[in-house]
Design a binder for this molecule. Structure first.
Ligand SMILES: Cc1cc2nc3c(=O)[nH]c(=O)nc-3n(C[C@H](O)[C@H](O)[C@H](O)COP(=O)(O)OP(=O)(O)OC[C@H]3O[C@@H](n4cnc5c(N)ncnc54)[C@H](O)[C@@H]3O)c2cc1C
Length: 594
């Protein structure tokens, strides 16, 4: 071994580790809360994307006491979450609830047991701590439709100020005064580390689209991914909102606290029951009282689960489980998620992020730059229309500058061992992934309690592709992606979709519509955007759980603010919209109580 290779392979990683330990791990800490107060003005359940925003905003008023309860652990000092390229390492880790769907009836034939792995963050910062950090708001029509569906005060004009309030857009060319914010806690940047991104942008432009700020005036078009990544690190809501607020006297942040019941007396939420120290220390059950409100921000799976455990949900189901009914509401209906498929594209040269070396690890830990700052490889994105006359884009196409190995494909999307073994993919593993995703799925699923034991996970059935129109839409999205691969910029690198037919679809001629239909039926996956399970809308609408001020119908002192309240899934990733929901919720709560 030469001196230079010893330096490169041994000393650099050691030095890197030392820098990381001394720089990142000691930057922040939460105040230790020895004993909870007997009551707080506000109790927030769930410290995820929404919960961290609410904790920070509600504790701005020093005269109000706020308790944030999070089932998972602290987020501080975990390089696997902080380093943007390392997203997949958080899956199936202690920071993940590791939900699985019920076996799917109309899709996912190629997945183990036809079940979809549904990761969710279990840590301060919640799913914003394990997500791909894509920052996108959706189309203005999405919010106008919310208002048309009965969510008054949630049209695009109404929510735009809250999107702006949440963000600090760093690249100057994106910081339009009318549409973007520059004073908010969420740092938004554009990462341009993969040379493939510009090829993708060039290719999409050849189909007649322009490079756009898809979070600005017009969503349609293509661009580099906008990410909540700053100085090379994930900018979760814990980091953006909670860290700066964490030393406030009136805010107690308590991780490792699993709330299993909202206590309701005479039609009012008066507090919660929780188990503290569930992961590690001696578990301790306790009750805490809320003087003003309990705010549920446990996410699209956690919030409906907890409501039902507390007696708020479909009365027939609750009665069958011997749970006394406090309010008969359609909790757990209206589950929506984006569904996508993936195209494995081979190239004749090494592209994307496959060039990452020891030097890049050193570069990252020393300067916070380089390919390790890529948001899990999701480097460019396009919002496209499958028909020109559509009122808004119906497809999101994400470029992932990396080629997955079979081990990864087994975890995400959870392809069955048998299918992977029989799929004779090219052994030449240079290339990239394209992820065509349908933005307005029609399928609707459910979340139901399996038992009254709070530790039993609920039955989650997203009913992917149950509406036959969704399969057709997904095939059209894939065909659009195939057109992009055929453009000259990609042909320069010999890009072709891997020609090994998926086992089960060999009878269809490769590349025919029937082939892709079969492929999508076998191999679709979640885009990780479950929402809608505690639907917001007019209070006299029997399909809604919360009114337009996010108050749970029929129960005083209880609100929900997270992705579960979306009446209809937005046409984008859901983190920025959830943060917007929490920003607006904080103002509604302050208006009603202060
Ligand atoms: C793998 C993955 C990739 C994604 N990629 C993107 C992306 O690139 N861009 C994007 O915009 N969106 C993305 N999303 C979606 C986005 O992160 C979520 O929509 C958003 O974080 C939802 O926020 P939330 O507040 O509703 O829920 P969460 O952030 O999940 O927060 C819920 C919190 O409540 C806690 N909790 C639950 N039950 C209880 C209980 N009983 N007691 C106490 N605490 C409880 C949980 O531990 C969690 O911390 C992704 C999601 C995942 C999982």
């Amino acid at each position: 071994m030469s001196v230079s290779s010893i330096l490169l392979n041994i000393f650099l990683p050691v030095l890197t580790f030392y820098f990381y330990q001394s720089y990142v791990y000691k930057r922040a800490q939460y105040k230790v809360v020895e004993n909870l107060r007997p009551h707080y003005d506000y109790i927030i359940v769930g410290g995820g994307s929404a919960g961290c925003v609410l904790a920070a905003r509600l504790s701005e008023n020093a005269s109000k006491t706020v308790l944030l309860l999070e089932a998972g652990s602290s987020d501080i000092g975990h390089a696997e979450m902080d380093t943007p390229i390392r997203v997949p390492e958080t899956f199936l880790s202690r920071f993940d609830w590791m939900f699985y769907s019920e076996p799917q009836q109309s899709s996912m034939e190629g997945l183990e047991g036809k079940k979809v792995y549904l990761p969710r963050g279990k840590v301060l910062g919640g799913s914003s701590q394990i997500n791909y950090m894509q920052w996108s708001r959706g189309h203005r029509r999405d919010y106008d439709i919310w208002a048309e569906l009965g969510a008054s005060g949630w049209s695009y004009k109404d929510v735009l100020p809250y999107f702006k309030k949440s963000e600090d857009v760093v690249p100057k060319h994106l910081a339009s005064e009318e549409y973007r914010g520059t004073q908010g806690p969420m740092k938004i940047t554009q990462i341009k580390t993969s040379p493939l991104s510009s090829t993708f942008i060039e290719a999409v432009k050849l189909l007649g689209y322009s490079e756009t700020d898809f979070n600005g005036e017009d969503q349609e078009g293509v661009g580099y991914t906008q990410s909540n990544i700053y100085k090379g690190e994930r900018w979760s809501t814990a980091r953006a909102y909670l860290w700066p607020a964490s030393q406030r006297e009136n805010l107690d942040i308590v991780p490792d606290s699993y709330v299993h019941k909202i206590n309701i007396a005479q039609g009012r939420a008066v507090g919660v029951t929780l188990t503290q120290g569930a992961s590690g220390r001696q578990p301790k059950e306790m009750k805490v009282k809320a003087k003003l409100e309990v705010i549920l921000s446990a996410g699209a799976f956690g919030s409906p689960h907890l409501l039902m455990l507390s007696g708020i949900g479909p009365s027939e189901l609750l009665t069958s489980l011997q749970i006394p009914v406090k309010a008969d509401l359609p909790v757990g209906d209206n589950l929506q998620d984006h569904v996508l498929s993936f195209l494995l594209v081979n190239t004749n040269t090494s592209v994307g992020l496959s060039y990452i070396s020891t030097y890049h690890h050193f570069e990252y830990s020393t300067f916070g730059t380089g390919p390790l700052t890529s948001p899990g490889g999701n480097d460019a994105v396009a919002y496209l229309k499958t028909q020109p006359n559509l009122p808004q884009p119906d497809v999101q196409l994400v470029l992932v500058g990396a080629y997955p190995d079979k081990k990864f494909m087994k975890v995400l999307p959870g392809i069955s061992t048998q299918l992977i073994q029989n799929w004779r993919l090219s052994s030449d593993r240079t290339g990239f992934l394209l992820l065509p995703c349908i933005l307005q799925p029609k399928s609707r699923g459910t979340l139901r309690l399996k038992s009254s034991d709070p530790l039993d996970y609920p039955a989650i059935d997203p009913a992917y592709l149950a509406d036959p129109d969704d399969l057709g839409a997904l095939v059209k999205a894939m065909q659009l992606a195939l057109r992009i691969i055929k453009t000259e910029p990609f042909q320069r690198m010999g890009a072709t979709v891997d020609r090994a037919p998926v086992p089960g679809c060999e009878n269809h001629s490769f590349n025919s519509e029937a082939y892709w239909k079969c492929y999508a039926h076998l191999l679709a996956m979640t885009s990780h955007h479950p929402s809608g399970t505690c639907r917001m809308g007019a209070s006299n609408d029997p399909k809604t759980v919360v009114d337009s001020r996010l108050r749970v119908k029929g129960i005083d002192g209880l609100r929900i603010a997270d992705a579960s309240i979306m009446p209809q899934l937005v046409s984008a990733n859901t983190n920025a919209p959830t943060i917007m929901i929490a920003e607006k919720a904080a103002d509604l709560i302050k208006e009603d109580n202060e």
